[in-house]
Each structure stands twice: as C-alpha cells, then as structure tokens.
Design a binder for this molecule. Structure first.
Ligand code: HEM
Length: 476
C-alpha cells in the first residue's frame, strides 16, 4: 500500500497553507521536491497532484473511467442548480446524457460552423472599434476590454440569441456574470473542513451566493420565456442558425435524445457555457497578444504570414485560416505557457487504483498540473522560451492525444468547447494582425512587460494589456 510522497501537513488544514495565491506555481515548486505524483491533504480531504506527462496519461487515458468524476463543490451546487451542469456534475448516467447533448448538439463542428457569421461580425466590430479609438484619441488601447467585449458578445449571441445589456433588458448581465465567475473561483473552506462551514455565514459569502444565484435565475427564466413565446409565434427558417436556447428547448421533450431535459438542467447547461467559455477564450487572446508584444520577431513573422495570405483582400475570413500555420503555432505556444485553467478542473477517483506504482484510494481528489507539464524539460526544449516555431512541422496538438500539451484537458472530461474557442481566437488574431501594427506604450521595453498572473478560476494577466495600435493603411 505504497502512497505517493507527501509534504508535511498541519493539523486541521493539512497542506492548504502551501497553496498560496497561485496554486499552480506553488504545486509546481512542491513537485520539484516530491516528484510527479504527490499526495496532499486539503483540510481532511486527500488530493493527488500529477505533474508529469506519464502521470497525466495514466489518469486521463489508462484510468480515465475511474478518474472521471468531480469532487463535490458546494459553490457549484448552489450556482448550478445542484451541479446539474456538465463541468461539475459527478460521473454517471446524467452527466453522460448532458455531455452528449453539449458535444453533439451545441458544440459539434457543424454547429460551430453555423455561427461563422456571428464570429465574423463581432470580430469586425471589434476591429472597427479599435480603429476608431486609435484615430480619435491616438492613445493607448486597453486590449483586454476589447477582447472581453467581443467574446462576451459572441457567446451571448450564440447561446442566448442576442446581446443582453443593461440598456435594453434592464439587467446588467456583464456584471452578474462577472460576479458569478468570481464566486465560482472563491475558495470555500467548508468543502475541505466541513465543521468550518459556518464561517461562510459570518463572512457574508452565503448571502452573496444566494443573491447572485437568484439574479441569474431570474435572467435565464426571462431569456427562456422570450424564446418560448417566439417559438409559439413563428417558424424558424431552415437556414437560420439556432441559438443554444432554441436547440435545448427542442431537445427538452426528449424526442431527439430519448432524454427529458428538466428546466434546471437547461439553465445549468447555459450557465456552463458562460462559466467555461467566456473568460478562458478572451484570456487566451490577451496572453497571445502579450507574448507577441514581448517577442516582436514572432509578431513580425505572424504579420508576414497573415498579410501574405490575405493579399488583395480587404477582410480575412474563416476560409483563410486553414493555411495560417504560424498563427496556429502561436496559439499552441501561448496555451503551452499560459493554460487559462492551469490545474484543469479537479477530478475524483471512484475506485482504488494504482498510479505510477502508488496506491490511490477511491474518493481521492485528482489535480493535473497542466502548467507544469507544459514546461517540463523532458518534453520541451528550453521550455521557458517563447518559440512558436517548435510547433511547425510537428503533429503535437491540444486535442487530448498529446499529454504534454493539455490546456483543454483530455479523455471523457476533456473540454467540449475547444473548436469553438480556437476559431474565435484564430479569426480575431488574424484580423488584428492584418489591420494593425502593434507596439508597447512609449517607454516600455518588451522585456519589461509585466506578465504577473491574477488568481481566480481562470488565470488572467494581473493588469489589463495596454498597447498602441496603428491602423495599417495598406490594408484598410
Ligand atoms: C481557450 C478556451 C478554453 C480552455 C482553455 C478550456 C479549458 C477547459 C478545461 C481545462 C476543462 C476541464 C478538462 C478536464 O477536466 O479534463 C474544460 C471543461 C469544459 N469546457 Fe472548456 N475551455 C475553453 C473554452 C470553452 C468553451 C468556449 C466552452 C463552451 C462554449 C467550454 C466548455 C467546457 C465544458 C462544458 C467543460 C466541462 C466538461 C466536462 O466536465 O465533461 N470550454 N475546459
């Protein structure tokens, strides 16, 4: 019964004090001392941390079935109608049903393709807004703001059919969703030290969660009702791209899937799309631009590729992306160094298993440090260097087959939104490179750009990315 090596733990809190504000970095340091599979305790709960390609492979491939559940999270329970969403729902028949709805009906390649017009429109809008901003003020631009706005608009139109903002619907969706994501990333002491659950009442966390959950529910109910009224009134034209609410309402009666989708499940799935899709996608774009600003040669190579392939065109479309190999390499290299969810989403084992020769009991929380794996010198030459070229003429991809590059996870629990997120990033990046030259604000050298990370459920840059954008006259 050999257990993995463990750092010393303290009474009651176990190893929680060793997590720090950026757990992926603290766990990375611990793994240097304790090896690719460590056993820790978060309060009273056993947790294993995998930090090597081999350990990740054993968990997400060899033992994927046994490691495919999720640990209970009281925050997810309260925000996702009893964890009825895909991301937090425990492994079992219910999860299998809703995951297959999401994979086959909401995020299939065909469905993702059907939202092409929305992506092209919203990226065009972003480009135009940046252009106006630099013409009118000639000032430094907050790229995060633009990326966040564009991604939010795309996801809102795809999932809910339109953009809901305070002016039109009286509901400040942007703020509610920000609060919701913040709460989801909040550390909940009661999950690890159950007798301290009462602390959340004193700190006001419980009341806050209830308030946000109520506001979200009211909003989602109004969106669904709006759709039902529309369904009753009019027929959809066959060519029209249906939004996720339309698709889920069609599935609800079980005619297509043989599975009855309750109203709470429908709302939880919609929330999942926002929780899992928005922050991760725009944070990736922000990290990409930050790395390009730090590496002007890579930016120049990318611009040459994009502008070369776009010759004679005023606008890049999704048809052009297939031949942009350097662009794809830039995205991979950025996700290798900055996976937005560096520890993926925690899993839980459902049976006793053996991993790397160690015995792991059932009901152990399983954490995979994708951040560490992406900089493992055994897999990557000079891992700390930003070098997109490493992916040219290489088959390594992030689709879950190469365990050295797992920003989207892998196996049964892998991210179903990969294609959806990647095409947004590819199109936005290609259009930015086509239309603008970018530089850092005056006086800031590339090597001085602050790359500090913020903590939370998604890892963003701590400070918003500011840059000077100059419209490139040849391409306007
Ligand atoms: C760059 C963008 C994104 C990244 C880096 C990302 C990453 C991840 C990761 C690491 C997981 C957990 C995988 C695991 O446990 O093995 C995950 C799960 C998930 N993602 Fe994504 N994601 C992204 C975008 C999206 C988008 C756009 C959507 C939906 C529109 C989405 C929907 C989901 C869902 C529903 C799950 C839960 C899957 C399950 O538990 O079975 N993601 N994602």
């Amino acid at each position: 019964n050999k257990l993995p090596p463990s750092p010393t733990k303290l009474p009651i809190i176990g190893n929680l004090h060793q997590l720090g504000s950026l757990p992926h970095r603290s766990l990375h340091k611990l793994s240097k001392k304790y090896g690719p599979l460590m056993l820790l305790h978060f309060g009273s709960k056993p947790v294993i941390v995998a930090s090597s390609v081999e350990a990740a492979h054993d968990i997400m491939k060899t033992h994927d079935l046994v490691c495919s559940s999720r640990p209970k999270s009281s925050m997810a329970d309260r925000l996702f109608y009893g964890s009825k969403d895909v991301g937090f729902s425990p492994y079992g028949e219910y999860w299998r049903q809703i995951k297959s709805i999401v994979v086959l009906h909401l995020l299939s390649n065909k469905r993702v393709r059907s939202y092409r017009d929305i992506r092209e429109e919203e990226t065009s809008n972003m480009i135009e807004k940046i252009r106006q901003e630099c013409v009118s003020s000639n000032s430094v631009i907050d790229l995060r703001d633009h990326f966040c706005f564009m991604t939010g608009n795309i996801i809102s139109r795809v999932a809910l059919g339109r953009i809901y903002n305070k002016r039109e619907s009286g509901i400040d969706t942007k703020n509610i969703l920000a609060e919701f994501l913040h709460l989801l990333g909040t550390f909940n002491v009661g999950d690890f030290i159950p007798w301290l659950e009462w602390v959340n009442k004193i700190t006001g966390l419980d009341t806050k969660v209830e308030k946000v959950a109520k506001k979200l529910d009211t909003f989602l109910e109004s969106v669904i009702e709006e759709h039902i009224i529309r369904h009753n009134k009019e027929e959809y034209s066959t060519g029209e791209a249906k939004d996720f609410v339309d698709v889920l309402l069609e599935i609800q009666n079980g005619k297509e899937t043989g599975f009855l989708l309750q109203r709470d499940s429908l709302k939880a799935i919609l929330l999942d799309i926002f929780a899992a899709g928005t922050d991760t996608t725009y944070s990736t774009l922000e990290w990409i631009m930050a790395e390009l600003l730090r590496h002007p040669r890579a930016m120049e190579t990318l611009q040459n590729e994009v502008r070369g392939l776009a010759q004679g065109k005023t606008e890049i479309t999704e048809d052009d992306l297939g031949s942009m190999h350097y662009l794809k390499a830039v995205i991979k290299e950025t996700l290798r160094l900055h996976p937005p969810g560096p520890l993926l989403i925690p899993r839980e084992s459902t049976e006793d298993i053996k991993l790397l020769g160690y015995q792991i009991p059932a009901k152990t929380r399983v954490i995979i440090n994708a951040w560490t794996i992406g900089r493992d010198p055994l897999s990557w030459e000079n891992p700390e260097d930003y070098r997109p070229e490493r992916f040219l003429n290489s088959d390594t991809d992030f689709k879950g087959l190469n365990f050295e590059l797992i920003p989207f996870g892998a196996g049964r629990r892998g991210c179903p939104g990969t294609a959806f997120a990647v095409v947004i990033n590819e199109l936005a990046l290609a259009r930015l490179m086509h239309k603008f030259n970018f530089s850092l604000p005056e006086g800031l050298k590339p090597e001085d750009l602050d790359m500090t990370e913020n903590n939370g459920i998604t890892i963003h840059r701590k400070s918003p990315l500011l840059a000077v954008a100059t419209p490139c006259s040849t391409y306007y």
